[in-house]
Write a protein that binds this ligand. Structure first.
Ligand code: OOG
Ligand code: MG
Length: 261
């Protein structure tokens, strides 16, 4: 069991790694018995540190909700983390100088129109509670060396949260078949990856339901107005200076950004 006094310093170590843009050795190298629960407790400390610094959570995110992501990172269990205000990029430019080894992945985000409280929330209930959906390109940037981690490590590291580009148009989900929405992810005009909403647990609304159910175990619930990133439909792709990245979603529009130093 991880000693009580270690949660804060381990969270601080990951906050520092992000701020200094320096990768660190995964926590399980030193603490091989770290559990999933302890990983979430370090994440809670990390969120508290950021909030003390004046940052605000703008979205929750699910991870490892598709085969593409689970296979790529060799983690086979859905996870959740937080996205902060400073991570939201609105000028279409990703600055490599601020990051370690960023990768991009295509997702669908939900914005709730009513509260959603587990346990036992279904995909249909999650969809009924959804006011809008919006496409998202998520930038993940593990603070760990070579992007190598185990499940407890990536939980402690706030699920590699780094940046997010959101589509500019909100779409009502009514009558939309989000499982059948096709997505392409292109870099410099070349399609690097593609998929459909169904890649995410059969339907991205299942990811929102799962999050509500996971949070209920901690006495938490999702609230009206909350935004949820439902997880990568595509695998994550590394980025280089000069790249022009384009995500296109059937019926939801597109997002483009450029990568600079
Ligand atoms: C962890 C974050 C996973 C997703 O959409 O599956 C994630 C990682 O892959 O580094 O954001
Ligand atoms: Mg993601």
């Amino acid at each position: 069991m991880l000693a009580e006094e270690l949660y804060r310093p381990l969270a601080q170590k990951l906050v520092d790694a992000e701020m200094n843009r320096r990768e660190v050795v995964r926590l399980t190298a030193e603490y091989p018995d770290l559990t999933v629960e302890e990983g979430y407790r370090i994440q809670d400390e990390l969120i508290a540190i950021k909030q003390e610094q004046g940052h605000r959570v703008i979205a929750l995110k699910m991870g490892f909700t598709s085969q593409a992501k689970m296979k790529q990172m060799n983690v086979h269990e859905p996870i959740y983390g937080s996205v902060f205000d400073y991570m939201n990029v609105e000028d279409g430019v990703l600055h490599l100088d601020e990051l370690i080894h960023p990768k991009v992945e295509a997702e669908i985000a939900f914005i709730l129109g009513s509260d959603l409280e587990g346990p036992g929330v279904t995909g249909a209930q999650a969809l009924a509670a959804t006011a809008y959906v919006v496409p998202a390109l998520e930038i993940i940037d593990s603070r760990y060396e070579n992007f190598h981690f185990t499940l407890p490590d990536v939980l402690a590291d706030n699920t590699s949260s780094s940046r997010v580009f959101l589509g500019s148009a909100l779409h009502r989900p009514d009558g939309m078949e989000l499982d059948l929405v096709g997505v392409t992810l292109s870099i410099n005009g070349q399609v690097k990856d593609l998929g459909a909403g169904a890649a995410v647990l059969g339907h991205p609304a299942h990811s929102v339901a799962m999050l509500a159910n996971m949070l209920s175990r901690k006495g938490r619930k999702l609230r009206k107005g909350d935004m949820i990133l439902t997880g990568g439909i595509t695998g994550a792709h590394p980025l280089s200076e000069g790249d022009v990245v384009t995500g296109m979603w059937g019926g939801l529009g597109s997002i483009q950004f450029v990568v600079t130093r």
